[in-house]
Design a protein around this ligand. Structure first.
Ligand SMILES: [Zn+2]
Length: 247
């Protein structure tokens, strides 16, 4: 198998992660931005854990109750995770459509970081991209902001949320943060071999993606190929990120 080092393209001197935590606002956000990388990590024996800030209970279809939507969307995310080798999913239970980067969310994210103890966290960009406004949903921006605050400084600082110490959760320092859906990226993962599984993971979100199942594979492939050209690996398919060194 191709080494993981050779699939990560960056000018930076990046270590290969050993445990990865992906934190996003909604079910299916991971699968749009990072499921190919997740599958690639899993192929190389790296454990990946998910944390979802909301249950997606303000999504489609609008005629279902929030509880019905929650059950459907959690089951869809579990199925999508299984496609790319992820079985551990933490549901943080914040309200879909109402996520704010407040201290409650920072505490919730800090808790899960200390529980999982990753050396790489992947999340959404806290910076609004005015050229791709759908990627900059307010819940995504708030999640990105809270996760960035939790990675630095909350999770590593014993004085942040001292109540977590009483839960037995010691400070944990995460050396790397990768942001999805960021306008300026400095790292990409070659997901060519995992592309079909990324699509299967996306299509596992039937409630969201059945209506666009025909066009989704070609759209996602085009994004990935155009990013690959930007990173000097034409003919491949990549997912790109803004890597933040927090050491
Ligand atoms: Zn979303």
């Amino acid at each position: 198998m191709t080494s993981l080092e050779s699939l990560i393209h960056t000018e930076l001197d990046e270590p290969v992660p050993s445990k990865v935590l992906v934190i996003v606002a909604h079910p299916d956000d991971i699968d749009f931005g990072a499921a190919g990388s997740v599958a690639t990590f899993a192929d190389h024996g790296i454990e990946v854990v998910y944390a979802l800030v909301t249950d997606g209970d303000a999504g489609e279809p609008a005629d279902l109750t929030p509880l019905e939507l929650k059950n459907i969307r959690q089951a869809e995310q579990e199925a999508a995770g299984a496609v790319v080798g992820v079985s551990e999913i933490h549901w943080l239970g914040f309200r879909d459509g109402a996520v704010v980067a407040d201290l409650d969310l920072r505490r919730g994210v800090t808790r899960v970081i200390r529980q999982v103890q990753p050396d790489l966290v992947i999340t959404q960009s806290p910076i609004r991209d005015l050229d791709r406004i759908y990627a900059s949903h307010p819940d995504h921006l708030a999640t990105g902001e809270a996760v960035t605050c939790a990675v630095y400084p909350d999770a590593r600082n014993a004085h942040s949320f001292p109540e977590l110490l009483h839960e037995g959760l010691e400070p944990h320092s995460v050396p790397r943060l990768w942001l999805m859906a960021n306008a300026e990226n400095n790292l990409c993962v070659d997901i060519t071999d995992a592309f079909d599984r990324k699509i299967d993971a996306l299509l596992a979100h039937h409630s969201q993606n059945d209506s666009r199942a025909e066009m989704l594979p070609s759209m996602i492939k085009e994004w990935g190929e155009s990013n690959a050209r930007r990173f000097g690996v034409p003919g491949r398919i990549v997912e790109s990120f803004r890597c933040v060194n927090t050491e």
